[in-house]
Write a protein that binds this ligand. Structure first.
Ligand code: SAM
Length: 339
């Protein structure tokens, strides 16, 4: 089989560069001989110097000793390199969106990021792995991503409860962790409703509802890329005519449209409270609001709804922790009927 013969001093840098390009055959052990290290390769790099500085390395035919046991899991694969508690942390951070894996790697494991990326690629069977390199931020709620394994292709199609969502993980917000919440809302909707999805993203709430119900939905988003994918997802899921995608600031859109709807979804947990009065003004008497906020309890979000709706009466229909945001802080959901 083939391996790369590299000077001992450069071995670690070259190994990481090769891992980045998924070129190392991890079923075989790296071997050492004199001043050289031999790295088992899956294939000959097409352009060696494009990978890293390989001027004093060469591809050779040689034998390698098999890894004692072919690793069976992500953790198994990284054993002996990464502490088990760190592996648990990385695994918990995994988000799989279509063919893309997004994960968190602690700073002190920076030097092993390509190995971790390769392990994630192998054990998820997906096509691309990205490392989170910032928090979710800004108006359009996206984060910076560093490509660490597989193809650098960030557009993908994600499947969820029979729906297909096309999106680009670099350009739009999407969280597979909201799948259960979406299902919960879908199950509450009744045929014949008019619905406003105020912060629609690529349309996962709207599309999931429209696939199951005979409804009219206004899906608003300020991010042109999200609007583009909402249009794509309407086609992909064959719900044309049920969803009207709208591009713009929802405050402005509502000023222009003067809507009166049966149900409103407000999934912008950081700042949705700023738009509560627009929601209340657009909700028919007896209409339902699904309001989300980052909070450590339910009091604040409920208080905001009651204060904004006053003098209309508010009935709280449900409340729950949708997902964890940070220690002690939750993405909280409150369902309220406003009379
Ligand atoms: C947390 S994401 C939720 C997206 C979607 N509901 C989902 O579950 O995937 C919030 C979305 O609100 C959009 N947004 C932020 N401010 C907005 C505004 N003033 N008007 C309309 N959309 C806005 C962002 O672009 C983003 O796509």
């Amino acid at each position: 089989m083939i391996g790369l013969k590299v000077p001992k001093k450069k071995a670690d840098t070259i190994r990481r560069a090769l891992l980045k390009h998924s070129l190392v055959d991890l079923n075989w052990k790296i071997k050492r001989s004199g001043d050289f290290v031999f790295i088992p390769l899956k294939e000959k790099p097409v352009d060696l110097n494009g990978v890293t500085d390989l001027s004093d390395s060469e591809v050779v035919e040689t034998d390698f000793e098999a890894q004692k046991r072919v690793p069976k899991s992500f953790k198994d694969y990284l054993k002996n390199r990464i502490a088990p508690e760190k592996m648990d942390e990385i695994k918990k951070s995994f988000d799989i969106i279509g063919d893309v894996v997004i994960l968190e790697i602690p700073e002190d494991l920076d030097h092993e990021k390509y190995l971790i990326g390769d392990a994630a690629l192998k054990f998820t069977g997906r096509k691309a792995v990205y490392r989170k390199s910032s928090a979710i931020k800004g108006i359009i709620r996206t984060r910076e991503l560093e490509h660490i394994a597989g193809d650098d292709v960030s557009e993908t199609v994600h499947r969820e409860f029979g729906c297909r969502f096309m999106l680009d993980v670099r350009r739009v917000y999407f969280s597979p962790r909201l799948a259960t919440e979406r299902k919960r809302i879908v199950d509450m909707v009744k045929d014949g409703e008019t619905i406003l999805d105020m912060f629609a993203g690529v349309g996962p709430f709207s599309v999931a509802i429209a696939r199951k119900h005979d409804v009219k939905i206004y899906a608003v988003d300020i991010n042109p890329a999200a609007y583009h994918y909402t249009k794509q997802n309407i086609e992909l899921n064959r719900v044309q005519g049920k969803i009207k995608p709208l591009l713009g600031d929802v405050a402005q859109v509502l000023d222009d449209l003067n809507l009166e709807v049966d149900r409103i979804i407000m999934n912008l947990p950081g700042t949705a409270w700023q738009f509560l009065h627009h929601a209340v003004d657009s909700l028919k008497p007896g209409g339902i609001l699904h309001y989300y906020e980052f909070a450590s309890n339910y009091e604040k979000p409920i208080e905001r709804i009651i204060e904004t709706a006053y003098p209309r009466k508010v009935e709280i229909l449900g409340k729950r922790k949708v997902k964890s945001k940070s220690p002690g802080v939750w993405h909280v959901g409150v369902d309220a009927r406003i009379y």
